[in-house]
Design a protein around this ligand. Structure first.
Ligand SMILES: [Zn+2]
Length: 597
C-alpha cells in the first residue's frame, strides 16, 4: 500500500508496505530495446551485450571450417550443427579441465557452469560430448549469442548484413528468427579467422589426431585442447588469432569511413583513449565515467568533494564522442520517463479499482513533496510544485531558461557534471531509490527539463538528424526530439512557462501511460500491458511492480572485456584499467592513421 501522509513536519516518504510479485516488466516503455538498441548497434556494431568474449569470433569460424574439411560428407558426419556443437563442447569442457574446475578468467564462457558440475562429480578417463548438454540452445553459444554478430561482421559467404544481433526482450539470447538462419560457408574474412585459430590450436591432439570427429574423447586430450583453445588462452604467446580478431574488430581490413564497421573502430579507439587518460589521473574507467566523458566532456575526480576533470578528446575521436553523447541523452530520457512510471505504479497500488487520468496528479501532496525536496537539497521550492513552471523549477538549480534559449549565458553551467541538479546527480538519485519516494516526480521533471533544454541548445543538426533517423515508428519509438516536438506543438515555444500540472498531464499520459499500452501490443503480451491497463481514461493497475528506472549499456561492458581479451587493456573495475604497452602503441598508430587521412 502506498502511504502518503499530509503533515509537513517530517520527511514524507512514499513507500509500499507490501512487496508485490514482479512480472515481465523489462523495458516497460520500450526505451531500451528500441531506440537505445539501435543507437548502440550503430556505435558498436557486432559487439553486443551477449558477445563479451573476443575468442568466439575466431573459434566458431574454425569450428565451421574444421567441420567442413574433416567431417562433412564423411561416414560419421553429424551434420553442421552437430559438428560445430561437439567442437564447442570440447572447448568448454577442455577449458574447465585445464582450469581445474573453474571457468576461464574474465567469465562468460557459455556452458562452463555445466562443465564445472561435471568436473566436480570426479575425474573420468573420457567424456562423452554427445551426452554433455552444456547449453539449452540448439546451436550452443553460436546460435544463442554470436551468430548474428558473426554474420554482420561478414564472416559467412553470401550472408548479408543487418541481422538483428541484440538479445531478445526477455531471454538473453538471440531471437528465434536469427537462431533459425542457416549459415553454410565462410567468407574469405571468416577463413582468415579460422586459419588463425587453427594455427593456435592445431598442435593439440584433439585437432591433430582428429578427435574432433569422436563423441567420446579422453580427458587428457580435452584438457590439452582447453589449454590452448579456451577464452582466456587467447592471451598466450602462440595465439595467432588475437591479432586477426583485433584487425577485424578495429575494421583495419576495410577502407570505408561511413559504415557502422568504421563507427565500431572509432568507438573502440575512443574507449582506449579514455582508458589511457583516466588511468593517468587515477580514475576508474567504468560505464558512468564513459557516460560523463561523452555527455559533459569531463569525468568525476572525487565524488565526495564533487570535483571533476576535463578530458580532452583528440580530433579524430570527437565525432564518435558526439554520437555516444546522443546515446546518453537517450539514457537520461529513459531514466526520467521510467521514474514517472515508477511513481504512477505506486499510485495505482492505492487504487485497486483504478484511477481516472484527471485525478492522477492530485495524489501527490504538494506539501509532502516540497518537504522531501527540501530534505534532499536543503533548498525550498519557490511554490507548490504543480503550480510552478518548468522554467521556475529549473531556476531552483540556477538555470535561467530564457537566457540559455537566447544563448546569452554560459549555456548550462548550473547543470554541470558536479551540480546537485545536473543530469548526472539527478539520475543517480532516481536510480538509487529516489524514484520510489514522493519527490521522484520532482526529480524526474527536473531531469527531463534539463535534458530537453540541453538537447535544444547544444546538439548539432547532424547528430540530431542521425538520432531522429533511427526513429522507425513515431509512436512507439520515444526520443528526446520527439518529446520536445510534442511539447512545442501542443503548447508552443513558451511551454517552459506553463504550469507543471499541464505539462506533466500531457507528458505522463502520452509518454508513460499510453506508451506502456503501446508496448503491450508491440511486445506480444497479447495487447495486455504488464503494469496496468486502460478503461477509457481510467488506469487500472495489475499485480506487477516496477521500481527500478535505468538505462543499461550492455555493449560497453562487452567491449571492455574484448579489449582486455585482445591484450590492449589491463585491469578491472575494482583496481581500475590501464592500457598495456601494446594498447598504447595500437592506439597511437591508429590515431596517426586517422589524422593522416
Ligand atoms: Zn581459460
Amino acid at each position: 500500500m502506498l502511504q502518503l501522509s499530509k503533515h509537513a513536519t517530517g520527511v514524507q516518504l512514499l513507500r509500499w508496505n507490501k512487496k508485490l510479485p514482479s512480472a515481465s516488466t523489462q523495458d516497460p516503455l520500450g526505451l531500451n530495446l528500441r531506440l537505445s538498441n539501435r543507437l548502440a548497434t550503430q556505435l558498436l556494431y557486432c559487439i553486443t551485450s551477449i558477445t563479451p568474449r573476443a575468442r568466439y569470433y575466431a573459434f566458431f569460424p574454425w569450428a565451421f571450417e574444421d567441420y567442413a574439411q574433416n567431417e562433412q560428407g564423411k561416414r560419421a558426419d553429424r551434420g553442421r550443427v552437430g559438428g560445430v556443437l561437439a567442437r564447442e563442447r570440447a572447448m568448454v569442457l577442455g577449458a574447465a579441465l585445464h582450469h581445474k574446475g573453474k571457468a576461464c578468467s574474465g567469465g562468460s564462457l557459455g556452458g562452463s557452469e555445466e562443465a564445472i558440475k561435471l568436473y566436480e562429480r570426479g575425474a573420468r578417463p573420457a567424456y562423452n560430448l554427445d551426452a554433455f548438454k552444456h547449453l539449452k540452445a540448439r546451436e550452443g553459444q553460436f546460435g544463442a549469442a554470436y551468430k548474428a554478430s558473426l554474420i554482420n561482421l561478414g564472416l559467412f559467404a553470401g550472408e548479408s548484413e543487418g541481422v538483428n544481433e541484440e538479445a531478445a526482450a526477455d531471454s538473453q539470447e538471440l531471437d528465434e528468427e536469427t537462431q533459425s538462419i542457416e549459415v553454410t560457408q565462410l567468407s574469405p574474412r571468416g577463413k582468415r579467422l579460422a586459419d588463425a585459430y587453427r594455427r593456435s590450436v592445431g598442435a593439440a591432439r584433439y585437432v591433430k589426431d582428429h578427435w574432433t570427429l569422436q563423441a567420446s574423447v579422453p580427458a587428457g586430450v580435452l584438457k590439452e585442447f582447453g589449454a590452448r583453445a579456451g577464452l582466456c588462452e587467447i592471451a598466450r604467446k602462440g595465439a595467432a588469432d588475437r591479432d586477426v580478431i583485433r584487425d577485424i574488430l578495429f575494421s583495419c581490413d576495410r577502407n570505408e569511413t561511413q559504415s557502422t564497421h568504421y563507427r565500431r573502430r572509432m568507438s573502440l579507439l575512443l574507449l582506449l583513449h579514455a582508458i589511457g587518460e583516466t588511468a593517468k589521473i587515477g580514475i576508474v574507467f567504468d560505464r558512468h565515467a564513459f557516460n560523463d566523458l561523452t555527455y559533459f566532456g569531463r569525468v568525476i575526480r572525487d565524488e565526495e568533494r564533487g570535483t571533476s576533470a576535463l578530458l580532452d578528446v583528440p580530433a579524430p575521436l570527437r565525432d564518435s564522442a558526439a554520437r555516444w553523447r546522443m546515446f546518453h541523452f537517450h539514457g537520461y530520457l529513459t531514466v526520467a520517463l521510467q521514474s514517472f512510471l515508477v511513481t504512477i505504479v505506486g499510485i495505482l497500488r492505492q487504487h485497486p479499482s483504478g484511477i481516472d487520468r484527471a485525478k492522477l496528479l492530485d495524489e501527490f501532496g504538494a506539501a509532502a513533496l516540497g518537504a522531501r525536496f527540501r530534505k534532499l537539497f536543503n533548498v525550498k521550492l519557490p511554490g507548490s510544485f504543480f503550480d510552478l513552471t518548468p522554467a521556475a523549477l529549473l531556476s531552483v538549480a540556477g538555470v535561467n531558461v530564457a537566457e540559455v534559449l537566447a544563448d546569452r549565458s554560459a549555456s548550462l553551467k548550473a547543470a554541470s557534471i558536479e551540480s546537485r541538479f545536473g543530469e548526472r546527480n539527478l539520475s543517480l538519485l532516481l536510480d538509487d531509490g529516489e524514484a520510489e519516494q514522493i519527490s521522484g516526480i520532482t526529480l524526474a521533471s527536473m531531469l527531463l527539463y534539463t535534458v530537453l533544454l540541453r538537447y535544444q541548445t547544444a546538439v548539432g543538426a547532424a547528430y540530431d538528424a542521425w538520432y531522429q533517423n533511427l526513429v522507425q515508428d513515431r509512436f512507439a519509438d520515444l526520443s528526446v526530439p520527439g518529446v520536445l516536438g510534442t511539447l512545442r506543438s501542443e503548447f508552443g515555444d513558451t511551454w517552459w512557462h506553463r504550469p507543471n500540472r499541464e505539462i506533466l498531464n500531457l507528458l505522463i499520459w502520452r509518454f508513460v501511460v499510453l506508451q506502456h499500452q503501446t508496448m503491450g501490443y508491440e511486445r506480444g503480451f497479447g495487447g495486455a500491458a504488464p503494469l496496468f491497463h486502460l478503461d477509457g481514461t481510467t488506469i487500472i493497475g495489475t499485480e506487477a511492480d516496477f521500481t527500478e528506472p535505468g538505462a543499461p549499456n550492455g555493449r560497453f561492458s562487452s567491449a571492455m572485456q574484448i579489449l582486455r581479451d585482445l591484450a590492449l587493456v589491463d585491469g578491472d573495475y575494482e583496481e581500475g584499467f590501464a592500457l598495456t604497452p601494446e594498447g598504447r602503441t595500437w592506439l597511437r598508430d591508429l590515431l596517426a592513421k586517422e589524422q593522416a587521412s
